[in-house]
Design a protein around this ligand. Structure first.
Ligand SMILES: C[S@@+](CC[C@H](N)C(=O)[O-])C[C@H]1O[C@@H](n2cnc3c(N)ncnc32)[C@H](O)[C@@H]1O
Ligand code: SF4
Length: 402
């Protein structure tokens, strides 16, 4: 996760740069249910409106929460499928809040209504994220449900009216990129607190539809727009969080943008970007799926690390016998191709390794979604033509049924 707004604030109000500090335990994104009332084109969890047997029941979820506390996990993001379809979602969220976790709800928003807004408000969620993948028909097409946009926006407005911190989450492909500007305007007009820009990752249905991923040029234009919008709002005294996910090359792109726009701030921003350190999958971000299986993050459902029904979360998370988890935690990571040669690896940390794994079978190969030019990563083709030879014990890409 890359916090654009954090770095934009540093332009006007610099704070001292220090060494990178890891939180005591990872942020856990927890897919409590795989069922969903939508069937989005890009969905990594391949959710649908049907029961998925074998999910953790309430007592099991509570027990796992105790394990997560013992593993010093600070943040729980309750997700799905659609988490509001779990009848015990508020019992789970209430207990999580009572245990002192920062608790966020990750929802498609269509099921937030007058009937449950009191309960949502009563929990005291620290944050509610609602997905909007375009305006009106674009969103409905992407999410394969007519009326989804209106229902999600109504859900957002109900939350805002209660003073709940709300964010819009947008996953960009070539098919919905034209609505980014409109969404940013909606975020300002509606007084929404946060905008989360998610790059497409090649997982689940997102992998099946990866040919529709945004072209590099589209991504570059989108990032410029995000930086300029965030700066403009900041300078107008409107404080919002702008965050991106699934492509940590965004940090390096920001550095080049700062070099052009605020040359006197480059050294400071570069030091801050190094302190951030790029991709944190398998390090500061973890995932538990609906069956209790732990993964390095949500986009790695094809890589099981262990099941919380059999072993405590902390034990699974610290077990480096899995070559992928060990490789993700290694610092610096042993990367190949352009990523291996890149001068800014200490800023990006090789980004998400999922796309390389899905496209080539080798999770340490260069990320096909890195949209930076050779100049911007400080290499020539000869540099990455002379790849270091890295033998990778990588064999376990499992088939996911789509
Ligand atoms: C799996 S959904 C679960 C919560 C809820 N159903 C929703 O759609 O917001 C969590 C978030 O992941 C995003 N997402 C799903 N598949 C993705 C993919 N392949 N690449 C990037 N983001 C993805 C969704 O758009 C959504 O914002
Ligand atoms: S992305 Fe969310 S709303 Fe869409 S199908 Fe997946 S779980 Fe459901």
């Amino acid at each position: 996760m890359f916090r654009i707004s954090h770095f934009i604030r540093e332009l006007d109000h610099p704070t001292p740069a220090g060494p990178r500090r890891n939180p005591p335990g990872p942020v856990v994104i927890w897919n409590l249910i795989r069922r969903c009332n939508l069937t989005c084109e890009h969905c990594y969890s391949i959710s649908a409106d049907k029961d998925f047997p074998g999910e953790l029941d309430t007592a099991e979820v509570f027990k796992v929460m105790d394990d997560l506390k013992a593993a010093r996990v600070p943040v729980l993001i309750l997700s799905g499928g659609e988490p509001l379809l779990r009848p015990d979602i508020f019992d789970i969220a209430r207990r999580a809040k009572g245990m002192g976790f920062y608790v966020a709800l990750s929802s498609n928003g269509t099921l937030i209504d007058e009937g449950n807004i009191d309960a949502i408000d009563g929990i005291g969620f620290d944050y509610v994220g609602v997905s909007l993948d375009g305006i009106g028909a674009t969103h409905d097409h992407f999410r394969r449900k007519q009326g989804a946009f209106d229902a999600s926006l109504a859900g957002i407005r109900l939350c805002l009216a209660r003073g709940i911190k709300v964010g819009v989450r947008y996953t960009m492909t070539e098919g919905n990129a034209h609505d980014l500007r409109g969404l940013l305007k909606l975020v300002e007009d509606e007084g929404i607190d946060k905008f989360y820009f998610s790059h497409l990752n090649y997982a689940g249905r997102g992998n099946k539809h990866r040919a529709g991923d945004a072209r590099h040029r589209t991504t570059r234009e989108a990032m410029e727009l995000l930086f300029e919008t965030c700066l403009d709002l900041h300078r107008r005294g409107i404080d919002k969080d702008f965050v991106t996910g699934n492509n940590d090359a965004d940090g390096v792109f920001l550095l080049h943008w700062v070099r052009r726009r605020f040359p006197d701030r480059v050294a400071h921003v570069e030091a801050k970007l190094r302190q951030w350190g790029g991709n944190a999958s398998g390090v500061n971000v973890a995932n538990i799926d609906n069956l209790g299986v732990v993964h390095p993050d949500t986009m790695w459902w094809h890589v099981p690390l262990g099941n919380v029904r059999q072993r405590a979360f902390g034990e699974i998370w610290n077990d480096l016998s899995d070559p992928l988890l060990a490789g993700l935690k290694q610092h610096p990571r042993r990367l190949e191709g352009r990523c291996g040669a890149c001068r800014h690896i200490d800023i990006c940390n090789g980004s998400s390794r999922v796309r390389a794994g899905q496209v080539t079978g080798n999770p340490w190969a260069e990320d096909p979604a890195c949209y930076l030019s050779d100049d911007e990563i400080g290499v020539t083709p000869a540099d990455y033509g002379r790849e270091r030879v890295v033998t990778t014990p990588w064999v376990r890409l499992q088939k996911v049924d789509a």
